[in-house]
Design a binder for this molecule. Structure first.
Ligand code: MIC
Ligand code: SF4
Length: 641
């Protein structure tokens, strides 16, 4: 029986367990990446583990999210990360170098390798034929300290691509189409593997765009074969020696198949406020546009920006539109500067901002009240832009650029304008933004600890009774942006959970933190896909700090579920879906004999006031049960010496 590419790479890295869907395996991790907004927790945890030099082949600490430095907090975080990186043999990428996923693809990603990153868009690396997985910070810290990662074996969905993209239709439209078909929880527990002549026709950066937004499907990761286009990309980055061909067997067996003919796709847009709320640009119509933002780890490649430059050249940005462009990396910006494309962008009226996440995570460039903002990013959750009543549409760079010129959402195909592909480029090796840990070690490098960096909260072992008051009744697809909002106001406090906790669920219920503090233990009730989106552990650590004992939901998103478990908060599933609508706000829920019950697949939850009981599924692996009993992963590791 033929194997998928995903399973081949997992098999090459298998340390323990059986490679069959639903089972638990331990794999070797070749590379890790962290970014700064999750990285401060990662490095606090690495220090707490008393780890020495990393056990991976390569670990990189990028600074790309919190780069505004409006106060000392960001700069202190950067200094902290740099110092701990040195102590553990981790490469440090300085602010200004670019966005972690773009940089990793350019400089370090390699076919057939495994990568674990403390950011949900780590699967961008799937564009180069590697198994690249996003995880919570603690799991990444453990991978750095031990060189391994434990995961539930995903199923594999095959997206078979035929045909080729027409001008004005781009990789972004491919993934928007897949999102329209599979929806935001369609990839949970799955790896999305792209094959076919259509996949072969795409460049590595196009593949990376598609793999990047596989995170929006909730997928564990996405992967493309490594082929001639991969070799060409690596050669263009002066790294041809990292090339190796990888593909699925011709008779590979998949758990699900989706066929997409690239030749039939048209420009698409994800409408407010979800990446799967997709329609064609021509159906949505020529709505007035206030802001256009081009960049993010999804669409800030050299190819993307060259297409934008071609569209803008000799044109001007519409008077009603603010166009901002954040290139993906310093190398890309430097190339645009030397080949004249940067001048084309600026002359047309584009605002060039730093090579960083920037507006994608609400670090500046919030649109005006009630604005329509077209963004080439990957998430358009309500309020993520920093403007609660703005409507964010996710589009391709081509659609964004032509719409910026015309002032209305525009289907470029209908303009009849020709559009050529970006000419191939080669990028000489350059590492002026990288600080190497060479010569450093734990003993001779002190930790630079600023006053805003507080210890992370730790749980205590599970008690015999786990009880809490229901403080929130949440719906489906709650995002970690809902749970622990992030923007220019809050990002500087990513290393200070006590401060951040007061803003937990701020946009859903401004009283949430107060209610938790008043209750003697709290419980959250939620619908499907609870905790989708960002990998931020803060969405588990802030509830932990506020005394949340368990979350009872219809289903969970993968990374957040792991983060809850790692924090010792029990993720439980309704056994009877009708109970979801029955639980009331303020109701006290009690799990008696919790230490005993957690060992079983179902748990009985008492409601003393209503004198009834409900059953929940605990759905935990043996290892996860041990973590919950210990009160979190760090405690378990400590107990086990
Ligand atoms: C995101 O795109 O939501 C982020 C910000 O990159 C997060 C990480 C974070 O919250 O720090 C992610 O994708 O994991
Ligand atoms: Fe940064 Fe946005 Fe990518 Fe997250 S999605 S890593 S915030 S650019």
């Amino acid at each position: 029986m033929g194997k998928s590419l995903a399973y081949k790479i997992l098999e090459n890295h298998l340390i323990e367990g059986e490679l069959s869907p639903g089972g638990e395996i331990t794999i070797k991790i070749d590379q890790t990446l962290t970014q700064d907004s999750t990285g401060t927790m990662v490095y606090l945890q690495l220090e707490a583990m008393d780890a020495d030099f990393v056990k991976t082949d390569l670990s990189v600490a990028y600074i790309d999210h919190n780069t505004l430095q409006t106060g000392f907090e960001n700069a202190d975080d950067h200094a902290f990360i740099e110092s701990v990186a040195k102590r553990h043999g981790v490469l440090f990428s300085k602010p200004g170098n670019g966005i972690c996923h773009q940089l990793h693809l350019e400089n370090y990603g390699a076919p057939g390798k495994t990568l674990l990153g403390s950011d949900s868009h780590t699967p961008t690396g799937g564009g180069i034929g590697m198994i690249a997985i996003g995880a919570g910070g603690l799991d990444v810290a453990v991978a750095m300290a031990s060189g391994v990662y434990r995961l539930t074996v995903p199923k594999v969905v095959n997206v078979e691509l035929s045909g080729s993209l027409r001008p004005w239709v781009s990789a972004k439209d491919v993934i928007l189409y897949v999102l329209k078909r599979l929806k935001v929880k369609g990839g949970v527990g799955k790896i999305v593997e792209y094959t076919g002549e259509g996949a072969a026709s795409l460049s590595v950066t196009e593949r990376a765009t598609i793999a990047n937004m596989g995170a929006e499907l909730g997928a564990t990761t996405s992967i493309f074969p490594s082929d001639e286009n991969t070799r060409l990309y690596l050669a263009s980055q002066s790294r041809e020696s990292d090339y190796a061909p990888f593909a699925a067997d011709a008779d590979a067996v998949y758990n699900q198949i989706l066929k997409v003919n690239l030749s039939e796709l048209t420009p698409l847009a994800a409408m407010p406020h979800s990446p799967d709320n997709v329609d064609s640009v021509s159906n949505i119509g020529e709505i007035h546009v206030d802001q256009v933002a081009i960049g993010s780890c999804t669409n800030s490649s050299y190819e993307d920006l060259m297409k934008v430059a071609e569209i803008l050249k000799g044109n001007r940005v519409h008077p009603d539109v603010s166009l901002v462009i954040s290139p993906g990396s310093s190398r890309i910006l430097s190339k645009l500067a030397s080949n004249g494309a940067l001048a084309d962008l600026i002359d047309a009226g584009a605002r060039i901002i730093e090579n960083a996440c920037g507006p994608c995570i609400g670090m500046g460039q919030s649109p005006r009240s009630g604005a329509v903002s077209l963004r080439t990013f990957n998430r358009n959750f309500k309020g993520r832009s920093g403007t609660l009543d703005a409507g964010v549409y996710l589009v391709s760079p081509e659609t964004a650029a032509i719409s910026a010129v015309r002032g209305v959402l525009t289907d470029g195909m209908k303009t009849g304008r020709p559009l050529s592909a970006a000419p191939p480029e080669s990028f000489p090796p350059r590492d002026s933004f990288i600080v190497y840990p060479a010569g450093a070690n734990k003993k001779n490098t002190p930790v630079a600890m600023g006053p805003n960096i507080k210890p992370f909260p730790r749980n205590t072992r599970l008690e015999d009774e786990a009880a809490g008051t229901v403080v929130l009744l949440a719906g489906d697809n709650v995002t970690t942006d809902d749970i622990m909002p992030s923007d220019s106001r809050l990002l500087p406090y990513r290393s200070n959970i006590p401060y951040l906790a007061d803003f937990c669920f701020e946009k859903t219920d401004a009283e949430f933190a107060k209610k938790c503090k008043a209750a003697n233990g709290s419980v959250i009730i939620a619908g499907e896909n609870y905790g989708q989106g960002s990998s931020r552990e803060h969405a588990a650590l802030a509830p932990l700090y506020l005394g949340v004992k368990f979350v009872l939901a219809k289903s969970f998103a993968r990374i957040h579920r792991s983060n809850l478990i790692n924090s010792g908060i029990i993720p439980l599933l309704f056994e009877n879906p009708a109970d979801y609508g029955d639980v009331q706000l303020g109701e006290r829920l009690v799990i008696r004999d919790a230490r005993e019950q957690i060992l079983n697949p179902t748990v009985v939850i008492h409601s003393p006031e209503r004198e009834n009981t409900r059953r929940a599924l605990s759905d935990l692996s043996e290892y996860e049960r041990q973590i919950i009993l210990a009160g979190g992963k760090i405690n378990l590791m400590r107990n086990n010496g």
